[in-house]
Structures are given as structure tokens and as C-alpha cells.
Write a protein that binds this ligand. Structure first.
Ligand SMILES: [Zn+2]
Length: 371
């Protein structure tokens, strides 16, 4: 008997190589769904993984299928699946639950040995023709969002970070008569990777005075995308954070998406009283080993005197994906063209090497076409 197989990409950490592999075709069990993957986006996180000699492969495999951001269509459903029918557009979530966290909040599970992340850690990702997965790991997306659906995964990161910041800010639910009448809460987004950009789009739907920090010229493709938004753009290549601090530039919320520890520490002095900083990306590669001189005494004194919170946020749970679908619908109405321009490159699966060779400064959100 011959086993049917499908094409996929494999990253072999021991060899440091990415190459096509064959995976067995599976049939969906009763609570599972067979999805034809149509497109996979390649983010900075995926590129980091495909250069990481310590990448964790699934048990029994010497490679991991990369890709944690994908969209596809349902082809077949198991007998117990009620939420999907063939033809539905779906985006897979990233984390596979530990199966013991209440309300499936495995995005907050403290036991990493019991959960895995598709395409990132101990589970194959989505750079493959087909995916068989449990229905609970799929998010239904309305068909009119098909072109933008790949933005849902980075948007879900922004949804989770913003929700956590809002929870912390609830303690600021009082009024001081020293507050100017025109008071409007301010938010700073640091970094213009796809997560930073989607955080800016999400926050534009709320009532914030928005600022984005980036080390790029204002006229390149990324900053151009944000031009329709009402936000202040500061190129920190030319204006130092020290100077901004002296000018009294300060924020109620900070969303740090660069994963650069040195940069993050420079931003903390820009936080106001009762503020919250959300760190949304972990240092990778050499930055993980980086030692930074910090004014620890001043930092802790400021945190205590000003009731500040610094928190880390990674991987979104199902609720964040679901609120992402609602907000993506709003954003698609307002900013369809700028959002489409984030897909800077579209490459057929066979030419995957072209995506890996792209200069990450030009490639905002390149896509592998799997069909
Ligand atoms: Zn758990």
C-alpha cells in the first residue's frame, strides 16, 4: 500500500538547512478538520527560527516545518465538527494547548514542557500543502477578509497586549482635577515589524494620542503604510530618547515590539505615572546574550514612585484571535489599500529560497503561495 504524501518545507537545525520535505497525508479524526493551506507569511520570528541551531523540533523528528502564520480553506471535517463546513476560510492559531489549562488559556500556561507552538517550538508549522488539526485550533474568517486574513495572527498579538495593558490601566480609574481638560491617554509603539504595525492599526481604533518610534526614514515602505493613521512618527536614529525625555515626551502605555533590550531600557524613562509597558518580543540570537548598563536605582525608584508596571506578552489565546477578526473587519473598511501594501512579496512555494534571501528591511510581510 502506498502512503499519500504532501509537500512541505523542513528546517533541519543540526544542518542549519531549509529544504522541501514530504509529509504523510492524514485523514481528519472525528473532532478534526482537513485544511488546504493557501498562503503562509514569513515574519522575522520565522527567519530567526530558520537560523537557530537550538530550534526545538517535534518529538521523533530531526526537522521542524516552519511557518506560524497561515490561511487556508476547509476541505473536510470530522463527524463531530459543528463549527466549520468545507469551503470555510480559516486561520490556524499558533499554540497547541497543554490540555490542562482551564478555559484553554495555554497562552498563559506556566509549564512549557506540556505545550507547543506550531512552526516555532516542538510542533510542525504551516509551510505545507495540507493541515489536519482539531477544530478548536482554527479561527473562522469571513470570506471578504480573504486577502487580509494573514494579518490576523500578528493582530492577535496586538489584541492580547492591548487587553493586558487595559486591565492594568483600570487601576487608573479615578480623576484628578489637575488633569487638563483636553487630556487624552497616550500610547507609544516601538518598532515597525509586522507586530508593531498591526499594534498601530489596532490602537488607531481607540482614543489614544499615538506615537511610533522607529529607526527608519519616514518615507520608506513601512512608514508609508502608516501615513493614513493619525500618529506621530519619530525616527530615533536622529532624535535620541534622552532628548525626548528632556523635552517632557511621555506616555501612558508602551508597546515594545523590537525585542532589543538596550532600546527597551532607553524607553522606560518616557513612561508617566500609573503607566504600563508591554514587552511583546523576546530578544533572539546575539541580543539574548547582550548585557546592558542600566541605571537600576533610578529605574526601580521611578517604577515604585510612579506605580509603573512592566509586563511581558507573547502568543495570543483564542479570544484575542476572535476580537482580531472583529477589528480586522473594521480596519479593512478604513484602510484596505495600506494594509494590502504590507504584503511586499509573493513567491511560489518552489521558490521559497527567494523569500529567505530577501533583505528584511524591504520585506515587510512576504508570502509563500502554497497552491
Ligand atoms: Zn497548562
Amino acid at each position: 500500500m502506498t502512503t499519500r504524501t504532501m509537500r512541505a518545507l523542513g528546517y533541519f537545525p543540526r544542518e542549519g538547512m531549509v529544504r522541501p520535505v514530504e509529509l504523510p497525508m492524514e485523514s481528519p479524526q472525528e473532532d478534526e478538520v482537513l485544511v488546504r493551506i493557501s498562503r503562509v507569511a514569513v515574519s522575522r520570528r520565522d527567519r530567526d527560527l530558520m537560523q537557530d541551531p537550538k530550534a526545538e523540533t517535534p518529538a521523533g523528528s530531526d526537522f521542524i516545518v516552519p511557518g506560524h502564520i497561515a490561511v487556508g480553506k476547509v476541505e473536510q471535517v470530522g463527524s463531530l465538527v459543528r463549527d466549520f463546513v468545507p469551503g470555510d476560510l480559516v486561520v490556524p492559531t499558533v499554540r497547541y494547548d497543554c490540555n490542562r489549562c482551564i478555559d484553554a488559556r495555554s497562552d498563559l500556561c506556566p509549564y512549557p514542557e506540556y505545550y507547543s507552538d506550531a512552526g516555532l517550538r516542538r510542533a510542525h508549522g504551516f509551510a505545507r500543502e495540507y493541515l489536519v488539526t482539531r477544530a478548536r485550533y482554527l479561527i473562522g474568517v469571513p470570506s471578504h477578509l480573504e486577502q487580509l486574513a494573514l494579518l490576523l495572527t500578528p493582530l492577535s498579538r496586538a489584541e492580547k497586549a492591548h487587553e493586558e495593558a487595559v486591565q492594568v490601566m483600570k487601576r487608573f480609574n479615578f480623576f484628578c482635577y489637575h488633569q487638563p481638560e483636553e487630556y487624552m491617554p497616550s500610547a507609544l509603539i516601538a518598532g515597525m515589524g509586522i507586530v508593531g504595525i498591526m499594534t498601530a492599526f489596532l490602537l488607531s481604533l481607540y482614543n489614544y494620542r499615538l506615537t511610533i518610534f522607529c529607526r527608519r526614514e519616514a518615507d520608506d515602505s513601512r512608514s508609508g503604510v502608516l501615513r493614513p493613521l493619525d500618529l506621530e512618527y519619530i525616527n530615533t536614529q536622529w532624535v535620541s530618547t534622552k532628548k525626548l525625555e528632556k523635552c517632557g515626551c511621555c506616555f501612558n502605555q508602551l508597546f515594545e515590539t523590537t525585542g532589543d533590550p538596550e532600546f527597551a531600557f532607553k524607553l522606560f524613562p518616557l513612561l508617566t505615572s500609573n503607566s504600563v509597558a508591554v514587552l511583546m518580543d523576546a530578544p533572539a540570537g546575539l541580543s539574548r546574550e547582550l548585557e546592558v548598563d542600566i541605571e537600576a536605582g533610578k529605574l526601580i525608584a521611578r517604577m515604585v514612585h510612579c506605580n509603573q508596571v512592566i509586563l511581558g506578552s507573547i502568543k495570543a489565546g483564542r479570544e484575542a484571535f476572535e476580537s482580531g477578526v472583529r477589528h480586522l473587519t473594521e480596519l479593512a473598511d478604513l484602510y484596505h489599500e495600506p494594509l494590502m501594501s504590507l504584503f511586499t512579496h509573493s513567491v511560489p512555494f518552489e521558490k521559497f529560497q527567494d523569500v529567505l534571501d530577501l533583505d528584511s528591511r524591504d520585506a515587510v510581510f512576504p508570502v509563500l503561495e502554497m497552491e
